[in-house]
Design a protein around this ligand. Structure first.
Ligand SMILES: [Zn+2]
Length: 470
């Protein structure tokens, strides 16, 4: 066809729009509109080119658009019909390519809204302007949305459409019964209980999530709630804390920082052992940890015991065992008596004044962990070599260990414990093994089981030697 001719082998180009501003027209509807427009103009359609969900801005390859350009270049197609110029391209560089191609080959362009003849100066100008306007509008909109959400964050305005657990629908007023649960979970996790264990307990107690799901507490869901800076009344934006929120906080900032640090730390360590004293007890022969093992009891039963186990490359002489039950009972009683006794009570009282110190340790821990991760990334991407990586790792690991030890000294199961022996005994019975283990390790330095003397049948309590933390 000539420049003034009517296309006899026009291309219809359709693209599913991902851009928010798009009309969301389906491909079938786009094709229908384009064919109708071609018929009105008296053009003959030779082929329909369809690209899937690719934004015309993204610059990602659009195979059928490319194929159409090749066909136009080769002279196989002499016109293009699209719903609007946005559909064709929203990138200036692509529009230039297209205009240039249309110029050289006399390609006609028609839009459903009205013809844009790229063979005329006016038509090209119009197409360019349309492209520029569409692009600017889309960019401006994206900028405005980002700016507005950042400004809202800096003013401490709550985000999201869903009700956060612990607050009412206004995301500002505390829902007391949920706030109590959050404080309870925080205390338990700081005391050494695992997040999955608390989540299981919440499901067992029938506590619904904020979205009212029963049995909806997974470890990840609960960890998400507890790690959220919102608990401490802090507003985060893109991972950084940018303001104090306009809502009432549920936890002190120091407590929340300890909690978040602890959850991050625990996420890296495996599941705790299921028995009360596994790896807490020490072997009186070699000093190695005692592990759970079993010996056959009467009939089909088996009896739990703790044993020193010989392992290649690990500590353990393999020649000491003790029956679990009497040891567990004695340790429990000793710990309860000690915690409610005057000496430890003083230590507990002294500890509660150390919130700031603990928060500092939590920050130091978070910082060291961040540095370690950063260095790991640098090593992975080849920015630093293995030697540099291991130097940094050694240094950060030492900082992480120091901060962890300090945190464990400052925080823990001693906060908010009953000081009355009967009450503490009741608390102990309702708590999980993780909590009990955490309490034991908080108040004792070592628990050593001495080798048995004489008969094995009766357990001699004097085999247990406890050193207490003051
Ligand atoms: Zn041993």
């Amino acid at each position: 066809m000539g420049k003034q001719g009517t296309p006899v082998a026009a291309a219809v180009y359709c693209r599913i729009s991902l851009d928010r501003s798009g009309e969301g027209l389906g491909v079938a509807r786009q094709e229908e509109l384009c064919r109708k427009r071609a018929t009105e103009l008296g053009w003959l359609v030779a082929e329909v080119y369809v690209d899937g969900s690719v934004s015309a801005y993204s610059g990602k390859p659009r195979p059928h658009f490319e194929r159409m350009l090749a066909d136009l270049e080769a002279g196989h197609r002499d016109g293009v019909v699209v719903v609007d110029t946005d559909r064709l391209t929203r990138r200036m560089s692509e529009l230039e390519t297209f205009v240039d191609l249309a110029d050289r080959h006399g390609v006609a362009l028609a839009t459903v809204s009205g013809e844009t003849d790229l063979s005329t100066t006016d038509g090209r100008f119009y197409a360019r302007i349309m492209g520029v306007v569409a692009r600017q509008e889309s960019e401006k909109k994206a900028e405005r949305v980002a700016r507005e959400s950042e400004q809202a964050a800096r003013r401490g305005v709550p985000r999201g459409s869903r009700r956060p657990f612990g607050w009412e629908d206004d995301k500002t007023t505390i829902r007391p019964e949920e706030a109590v649960l959050i404080r309870e979970a925080a205390q338990r996790v700081l005391a050494g209980e695992t997040v999955p264990s608390v989540a299981r307990d919440w499901n067992a107690r029938g506590i619904p999530t904020a979205q009212n799901a029963k049995y909806g507490w997974s470890a990840a869901t609960l960890a998400g709630v507890l790690r959220n800076p919102r608990l401490a009344g802090l507003r985060a934006y893109k991972g950084d804390i940018v303001a104090e929120g306009l809502w009432e906080p549920i936890l002190d900032r120091g407590v929340w920082e300890m909690l978040a640090a602890k959850i991050r730390r625990v996420a890296r360590v495996g599941q705790p052992s299921p028995h009360l004293l596994t790896s807490i007890l020490r072997c009186g022969r070699c000093g190695g940890p005692l592990w759970t093992s079993w010996r056959p009891g009467t009939g089909d039963t088996r009896v739990a015991r703790y044993a020193c186990i010989k392992r290649p490359g690990g500590p353990g002489c393999g020649s000491l065992t003790v029956t679990a039950r009497p040891v567990e009972d004695i340790i429990r009683d000793a710990v309860i008596t000690a915690v409610t006794g005057p000496a430890l009570a003083d230590a507990v009282a002294a500890r509660s004044g150390r919130d700031t110190e603990a928060a500092e340790a939590a920050r130091e821990l978070a910082d060291a962990e961040a540095r370690r991760e950063e260095a790991a990334d640098m090593f992975a991407s080849g920015e630093i070599d293995r030697r540099e990586w291991s130097t940094i790792r050694e240094r950060t690991d030492k900082r992480i260990n120091d901060a962890t030890r300090s945190l464990n000294r400052q925080s823990g199961p001693l906060i908010g414990l009953p000081t009355n022996e009967t009450e503490l005994r009741q608390t102990w019975d309702t708590q999980t093994i993780e909590w009990q283990r955490a309490l034991i390790t908080a108040v004792t330095d070592t628990i050593t089981i001495k080798p048995a003397q004489g008969a094995y049948n009766t357990f001699n309590p004097e085999r247990i030697h406890i050193t207490w933390r003051a």
